[in-house]
Ligand binder design. Structure first.
Ligand SMILES: Cc1cc2nc3c(=O)[nH]c(=O)nc-3n(C[C@H](O)[C@H](O)[C@H](O)COP(=O)(O)OP(=O)(O)OC[C@H]3O[C@@H](n4cnc5c(N)ncnc54)[C@H](O)[C@@H]3O)c2cc1C
Length: 385
């Protein structure tokens, strides 16, 4: 092992730059570095574990006062529910109190770390309540010694590349911290907080369906609407008073909602926006190299690496409608291996060409651009066809 002393650069200290050489039977050489992870939700925690496992030094910034990300339930309601006020308060978690997972415990555990199923009057719980997911994540953090890597109440406000390093600016409890330098940055800030504005569509994602079922127990009628072109107007099988419609086209002041494509007019008392969330990296300053347009993060090779900055800048947790925990774990392992130079990425040109081809598919097949990172319904599904 060959630890170098702190390196001074532009007046800042690079927190202990370590070049570690592992000697194994086949004398594989690996390089370890100081990396930062932004966010301590599922993706941040599993990324921190994988990086640490590869011998990297890791600092995790977490803006809230506890780990777990969206699994930290917050009963508060935002003062500006439409999110129009840029200075309005933001509640990170969009969980509702009754939420149980929509995937079984086998799909919300990690490959080598099982979700311990709790008992409910002797019955196994397949779809645990959100509180149990948070307990699972806290235990995961303790068991892998991650808490000591995490800086709670520390919000990253700016990330910029300078020469071979990344400058990270942060605030702890509102006070500016000194800037720090890292060799690599993994963005794990989640994308289930900022609602997409403000189309009057009830939506047909997992939350819309979940909430629809719940409301249908008390409401006379529940109508869901979906933008997917294949949708046919149907009465939902498992619920006598719930209908699925095509896209909402008009919402009149008197509350009437029209979906002309299927000829439906519904006189709604309540309109719920379950229209999904937006990607947002307000702290990331790439001078326009990475853009977000219609919820497409561009360019991202395999949804993880922006070719121009790979492998020192990466994103874990971008795809949606997938087996999130396992996907994030695999992405985290992938990133950790690239940063250890165990595996190498294709050339920048090849990655850019791959992204270009991948992003062209939705345009050619009529899949809305905002589904670029939606795995089962998005571009990947078309590729598999
Ligand atoms: C209502 C709802 C239900 C869901 N149900 C399921 C389910 O049943 N099963 C499933 O697998 N998935 C479910 N998901 C998806 C779920 O979001 C992911 O599984 C996963 O928890 C996302 O983890 P994450 O780490 O990417 O993001 P998050 O959990 O959002 O964590 C991001 C973290 O980054 C921190 N952060 C953000 N910005 C900064 C900054 N600038 N500086 C420092 N820290 C920052 C945040 O405070 C947060 O702690 C659900 C999502 C929602 C919204």
């Amino acid at each position: 092992m060959n630890p170098q002393s702190n390196v001074f650069w532009y007046g800042f200290v690079i927190p202990t730059l370590l070049i570690i050489t592992f000697e194994s039977n086949d004398l594989v050489k690996a390089q370890a570095s100081t990396n930062t992870v932004i966010g301590a939700g599922v993706s941040g925690l599993v990324t921190a574990r994988e990086l640490q496992g590869e011998g990297h030094q890791v600092v995790v910034y977490e803006k809230s006062d506890q780990i777990g990300g969206i699994w930290v339930y917050d009963p508060k309601v935002e003062s500006d529910p439409l999110g129009l006020d840029p200075n309005g308060d933001v509640v990170h978690s969009s969980l509702y109190n009754s939420l149980q997972t929509n995937l079984t415990t086998q799909l919300i555990e990690f490959t080598d770390y099982p979700f311990i199923v709790s008992k409910n009057n002797g019955k196994k719980v397949c779809f645990p309540h959100h509180e149990e997911v948070l307990k699972f994540l806290n235990k995961f953090a303790i068991d892998f010694g991650l808490n000591q890597l995490i800086r709670l109440n520390s919000e990253v406000i700016n990330v910029e590349q300078k020469d071979d390093h990344w400058i990270v600016e942060s605030k702890t409890r509102g006070e500016l911290d000194s800037e720090e330098l890292f060799e690599a940055v993994v963005v794990c800030n989640g994308h289930y907080t900022i609602p997409k504005l403000i189309v009057v569509v009830i939506g047909y994602g997992p939350s819309a369906y979940d909430i629809g079922i719940e409301i249908s127990k008390a409401a006379k009628e529940v109508h869901l609407s979906s933008r997917f072109p294949q949708v046919k107007v149907t009465k939902m099988d498992n619920c006598g008073n719930m209908w699925l419609h095509k896209e909402v086209e008009y919402c009149y002041e008197n509350g009437e909602i029209a979906s002309k494509k299927d000829g439906a007019f519904v006189d709604a008392d309540i309109i719920l926006h379950c229209t999904g969330y937006k990607y947002d990296f307000p702290f990331l300053n790439t001078k326009g190299i990475i853009t977000i347009d219609d919820n497409r993060v561009d360019p991202l090779y395999k949804h993880v690496f922006p070719p121009q900055f790979a492998p020192t800048l990466s994103f874990v947790g971008i795809p949606s409608r997938t087996v999130n925990f396992r996907m994030m774990e695999l992405q985290a392992k992938w990133v950790a291996q690239f940063l250890s130079r165990q595996v190498t990425l294709p050339s920048r040109e090849k990655m850019l060409a791959d992204v270009e081809e991948y992003y062209r598919l939705p345009d050619e097949t009529g899949i809305p651009k905002h589904h670029t990172h939606t795995l089962p319904f998005g571009v990947d599904a078309v590729r598999l066809m």
